[in-house]
Design a protein around this ligand. Structure first.
Ligand code: ADP
Length: 160
């Protein structure tokens, strides 16, 4: 049986913390789908098409990882893929409460789907997309926090 997992998130923008979780999840599951969420009501920092394209460049050498965009309920997306495993990253204690709520709600909606958590690497425990957005918007150097394909897309966006 192939163990398929989905790693969902906004990835707005993807950071080195996300890439680390993707690499580690790819080591423990047979197949991994990185699911880039798009909420039509929220105005994104990076366009979802750019987030997907940047992530695809980042993972091009990892054979068992795919990147897809999704809208709507995550559990519906997971069921469409016949997937029973969701991966989330856990950084600090403050992540716990939110993640616990989401995992519990998802379990009520889809009891057959489990959520598993990978803890952050120490060096990325402070790193969040919101940190990158803020530094970039204020004209700071965000290059230490994001992979090159993401850096290029943020640069292009800011130049507009
Ligand atoms: P969302 O908007 O759905 O909360 P994000 O795109 O911010 O999602 O993050 C997706 C997942 O990656 C979340 O589970 C988040 O906790 C995790 N994550 C984000 N940054 C890091 C990091 N630096 N280290 C480990 N996990 C992370």
């Amino acid at each position: 049986m192939t163990r398929l997992a989905i790693y969902p998130g906004s990835f707005d923008p993807p950071t080195l913390g996300h890439i680390d979780i993707i690499g580690r999840a790819a080591n423990v599951f047979d197949e991994l789908i990185v699911a880039v969420g798009h909420n039509a009501e929220k105005h994104p920092f990076l366009d979802p098409v750019d987030r997907v394209a940047a992530l695809r460049e980042c993972i091009k050498d990892i054979k068992n990882v795919k990147v897809e965009q999704f809208t709507g309920l995550l559990v519906d997306f997971a069921r469409r893929h016949d997937c029973r495993m969701l991966v989330r990253g856990m950084r600090v204690v403050s992540d716990f409460e939110y993640e616990f709520r989401v995992a519990s709600a998802n379990r009520v909606m889809a009891p057959e789907i489990e959520t598993v958590f990978l803890t952050t690497r120490d060096e990325y425990s402070f790193l969040a997309s919101s940190v990158v957005r803020e530094i970039a918007t204020l004209g700071g150097d965000y290059s230490p926090f994001v992979p090159a394909p993401v850096f290029e897309r943020i640069k292009a966006k800011l130049a507009k």
